[in-house]
Design a binder for this molecule. Structure first.
Ligand code: NAD
Length: 359
């Protein structure tokens, strides 16, 4: 590893023409967006190799994941290998072939509500796979730079806003948040035991083109368009720190070059929480259709997420710039280019069937 201006004794590989990057969850929303961003760099800073791994599971439409993988292949020549990231022999085979300088671990079972009904899926994908990948990576010589996805959900019942990395985490509110917090703790243990440097990124409600159909922006858009009734939890009186995907991806790219010999954790939010009702109204306006909705009480939803991003600003140079209005414009421009059949196909998956059964 080479010429990063790091403090004494710390070496971190830069992302440049000699980098080789493994992105787990490469067919996922953020994974694909990261791979595409790396692919768009100039010749000096574009990695020599970018490879994804993804299980293409059916939590939401595998067709959408295939669409993302096809885009990466078509535009950048990048492959997303279909495999379970828990499968160490697959990971080993890829390392033997490419000797990755960077691993960005984004593969996970995401979603708060789904974790209530499917706790074991989270134990498997977000605990077992995290341990097996960390254990593999920590025993490589040299160890690659390791960046992984955590979540704002770790803050759980913590009522103090904005959420700061300095806050003690007391009770994540659900299995998803717990699995993500455990991921951070496991990464810290691997630093203590094997000196593995890592950067955990607590993402906050990421949205944008190619966004996940189970999350508010895509979900509302699709439901409004199809005349379906939107369920608004807790009277819609919830605020989320919606963060545009390009801002998040820039943060991930900064984290890939972060110079510190520790197991670091950063908030990557927008630091401007927005009411769900406002987002809904903005989507209605862009679609020119009024939403039908009903209210439902829920104790799984946190009232507000709000990231203090001063640590990421200072140490990573992270600086989100996209307003919710401009982000929604960019999402809608992408959505409008899809034909109706594709929109319908991509809106489905297990989460949708369960949502419909629950109502
Ligand atoms: P996503 O569901 O679109 O992507 C995750 C991908 O991982 C999926 O394509 C899935 O098929 C794959 N995957 C799951 N288990 C796997 C396994 N065992 N082996 C291989 N692949 C597997 O989610 P995303 O929104 O792109 O999120 C990426 C990461 O960021 C996740 O770790 C998620 O928990 C975290 N995160 C996302 C958000 C957000 O707002 N999108 C917020 C907080 C945290």
């Amino acid at each position: 590893w080479h010429d990063t201006p790091c403090p004494d004794g710390v070496t971190v590989p830069l992302v440049n023409a000699s980098s080789r990057v493994l992105v787990t969850g490469g067919a996922g929303f953020i994974g694909m967006s990261l791979m595409a961003s790396l692919g768009k760099r100039d010749a000096r800073t574009r990695p020599a190799v970018v490879v994804g791994v993804d299980s293409f599971n059916d939590y939401y439409a595998p067709a959408m994941k295939r669409g993302r993988a096809a885009r990466l292949k078509h535009e950048f020549g990048y492959d997303v290998v279909e495999a379970d990231v828990c499968n160490t022999s697959v990971v080993d085979g890829l390392f033997e072939k490419y000797t990755f300088t960077h691993v960005v671990h984004l593969a996970a079972q995401a979603g708060v509500r789904y974790s209530i009904t499917h706790p074991m899926t989270y134990a498997r994908n977000n605990l077992e796979c995290v341990v097996s990948l960390l254990n593999y990576v920590a025993h490589r010589t040299p160890q690659p730079a390791y960046v992984y996805a955590s979540s704002s959900s770790v803050y759980g019942l913590n009522k103090k806003i904005p959420f700061s990395e300095l806050h003690a985490i007391d009770h994540p509110a659900n299995l998803y948040g717990i699995s993500k917090f455990a991921g951070e703790q496991i990464a810290a243990a691997y630093h203590n035991l094997h000196g593995l440097k890592s950067v955990g990124l607590r993402f906050f409600t990421v949205y944008g083109p190619w966004g996940r159909p189970d999350m508010a922006v895509s979900l509302f858009t699709n439901e409004i368009e199809n005349g379906e009734t939107i369920t608004l939890f807790n009277g819609g009186d919830m605020r989320r720190d919606f963060t545009y995907v390009d801002d998040v991806v820039r943060g991930v790219e900064f984290a890939m070059e972060y110079c510190a010999d520790n197991a670091a954790v950063f908030n990557l939010g927008n630091s401007k929480p927005v009411q769900l009702g406002y987002v809904l109204a903005q989507i209605e306006k862009r679609l020119g259709v009024k939403a039908k909705f009903k209210y439902q009480a829920s104790n799984a939803e946190i009232k507000e997420t709000y990231a203090d991003i001063s640590k990421a600003r200072e140490l990573l140079g992270y600086s989100p710039t996209t307003s919710i209005e401009s982000g929604l414009d960019q999402f809608m421009a992408w959505y409008n280019k899809l034909d109706k059949r594709t929109r319908g196909e991509w809106a489905g998956g297990r989460f949708k069937a369960e949502r419909q059964n629950a109502h």
